[in-house]
Design a protein around this ligand. Structure first.
Ligand code: THU
Length: 141
């Protein structure tokens, strides 16, 4: 796994900073995501919960929105780090949810995700392994 590079250190730092601003009063599950785009730029996001639960936004989705806002819709995501902490600040496993996997796959076919798996082990996996046979619309041609 390509972890421990300067680039990854910066992504971990950004994800941690984003997580500190998470708005998660209902779940107590604070999530931060940071990504590197194909231009080399870094973008981040945190989860924002709503009292109307389905309106909640995941950290990964927020990071993608930030990347599109800054670089336009042709932006490609190369690598994304996601971190989660509980109310007590303890590091928790967080694999990206199904909806985020779909959106991530649409912004980077070769994208690599770095996260803590359910056993708490730091893992790096390509999106194609996390979401095989991802849905895509036919090319309009
Ligand atoms: N959450 C994320 O931010 N990313 C994920 O991939 C999974 C879940 C957030 C949504 C909600 O605020 C909290 O974690 C609990 O589901």
């Amino acid at each position: 796994m390509n972890h421990g590079t300067d680039q990854d250190a910066a992504l971990f730092e950004l994800a941690e900073a984003a997580l500190r601003n998470a708005h998660a009063p209902y779940s107590g599950f604070h999530v931060g995501a940071a990504l590197r785009s194909d231009s080399g730029a870094l973008h981040s996001g945190c989860n924002v919960e709503s009292a109307a639960y389905p309106l909640t936004t995941c950290a990964e989705r927020a990071a993608i929105t930030a990347a599109v806002r800054a670089e336009g819709s042709r932006v490609r995501i190369v690598r994304l780090v996601v971190l989660a902490r509980g109310r007590d600040g303890q590091l928790l496993p967080a694999t990206p949810c199904g909806g985020c996997r779909q959106l991530l796959s649409e912004f980077g076919a070769g994208l690599e995700l770095v996260f803590h798996d359910p056993e708490g082990k730091l893992r790096c996996m390509p999106i194609g392994e996390l979401l095989p046979l991802a849905f895509g619309l036919p090319d309009p041609g």
